[in-house]
Design a protein around this ligand. Structure first.
Ligand code: BV8
Ligand code: ZN
Length: 257
């Protein structure tokens, strides 16, 4: 089982501004495939082929069906201990007048399903849809009971193809989300990077910005990543297990006995 230094547990107990960046690894224990792990989503396709406007315009039906297949998985899974521990941590810090900012690259909304509040979604979400031409929101929602939709629905206003409300490669991140994430990274005491390979920018720049601004940088990932060498603390374990152990030890250390 994991052990944590007293120094780390005391620092976490004393911290009042926490920022967390999550990636697909946080949802892995719920049964959602990651992107870059050996059997991940990109093992079969190149990202640009599927998660980009070019890819969508070239193969709208294939891209649409790939998202529908992922929606089927997301619709059937539940948050895991990593998601629920992050909810408990947010509560613990906010009860003490602290600020807990959860920034996610994930599009599955499992953080919100677990009860996290004010989640910053850098890459949009896979549930909602909008018109690729006039950008108007579209009411289509995947449901496991409805017959499968094999190609992108058409916009009722302009006839354009409907697309998922995720941020594709080559697309800007929602400016307000990115700004809020950067502000949290630059002003936090502690920055956690959890379950991300830290390969996709600008999200992957956040942990380094936080460290540069003086935050303690903690990485939680069973594997090495592009930023492991910058981490002050590296917890190489699955996030569900690591976060529940870390929080339990922190509570034990910081509860006035
Ligand atoms: C942008 C949403 C400005 C859709 C995704 C050329 C032109 C334009 C831009 C670029 C360019 N060249 C490079 C760029 C920048 C590009 C980029 O960073 N490319 C990379 C590949 C080099 N970024 C962009 O395009 C961004 N936009 O820059 O706009 C701009 C605009 C125009 C012109 C110039 C600039 C947009 C990026 C968003 C792309 N959208 N997805 C969808 O989901 O389908 S990216 C995709 O990767 C997902 O969103 C995912 O969230 C993200 C990051 O992946 P991870 O979450 O880290 O997942 P991964 O599988 O990689 O890693 C999982 C980790 O978990 C692993 O480390 C593993 O060890 C760990 N793990 C496994 N099990 C567990 C675990 N950890 C804990 N517990 C476990 N149990
Ligand atoms: Zn339209």
């Amino acid at each position: 089982m994991h052990t944590f230094s007293d120094n780390l547990l005391q620092t976490l107990g004393a911290a009042r501004k926490i920022a967390v960046l999550t990636g697909a690894g946080v949802s892995a224990e719920s049964g959602v495939a990651t992107f870059r792990d050996p059997n991940g989503l990109w093992a079969k396709f190149r990202p640009e082929e599927l998660a980009s406007m070019d890819g969508f315009l070239k193969n709208p039906n294939m891209v649409w069906e790939w998202y529908e297949a992922r929606r089927e998985v997301v619709d059937s899974v539940k948050p895991n201990a990593g998601h629920t521990t992050l909810v408990e941590m947010q509560q613990w810090y906010e009860e003490r007048g602290g600020r807990f900012t959860l920034i996610t690259q994930n599009v599955d909304r499992l953080h919100q399903q677990a009860g996290s509040r004010d989640v910053i979604e850098l890459h949009g979400n896979i549930i909602d849809n909008y018109c690729s031409r006039c950008k108007k929101p579209h009411e289509y929602r995947y449901t496991s009971t409805a017959p499968s939709v094999k190609e992108p629905p058409r916009c009722t206003y302009c006839g354009g193809m409907i697309r998922p409300a995720v941020v594709w490669f080559g697309e800007m991140l929602p400016p307000d989300a990115l700004e809020a994430a950067q502000e949290a990274a630059e002003t936090c005491d502690v920055f956690f990077s959890i379950g991300t390979s830290a390969e996709v920018y600008p999200a992957a720049g956040l942990p380094i910005e936080a460290k540069r601004a003086g935050a303690l940088f903690i990485e939680v990932n069973p594997n090495q990543t592009a930023i492991t060498r910058f981490a002050d603390v590296s917890i190489s374990a699955p996030s569900g297990e690591a976060l529940s152990a870390l929080f339990a030890n922190m509570l034990a250390k910081n509860t006035i006995s």
